[in-house]
Design a protein around this ligand. Structure first.
Ligand SMILES: [Zn+2]
Length: 113
């Protein structure tokens, strides 16, 4: 799983939505407030980004809150066990996968969206 760096400002409402999304999907991220973090601001400017939220995922930059793209770039998404609704993290971009729930041992197939 790749590190996610999120560039934010305190006044940005999309940043709040994005943070909630990342937490709900258990995606670990490091938040950098560009109004506080001079280095983070320089980094964005050097990449020609003028808005927040922006996300640095590995070497890829996502500007604006784009959940589908973020999930794609972190290579993982959460799926729910059909039986006990435990949330599992599975890699994407690997086609169909057989997964076994660690809690109830229910085996099921995850198909790509
Ligand atoms: Zn289960």
């Amino acid at each position: 799983m790749k590190d996610v760096i999120m560039f934010t400002t305190k006044t940005c409402s999309h940043c709040k939505t994005a943070k909630k999304f990342l937490s709900q999907n258990k995606i670990h991220f490091i938040e950098k407030d560009i109004n506080v973090d001079e280095q983070a601001r320089s980094e964005l400017i050097s990449r020609n980004v003028r808005g927040v939220p922006a996300f640095l995922i590995g070497d890829d930059l996502v500007v604006g809150f784009d959940p589908a793209k973020i999930q794609q770039l972190v290579d993982h998404r959460l799926v729910e066990c059909e039986e006990c609704h435990t949330k599992l993290r599975v890699p994407i971009n690997k086609g169909s996968l057989k997964v076994t729930c660690p809690k109830c041992k229910h085996a099921f197939e995850v198909t790509p969206r």
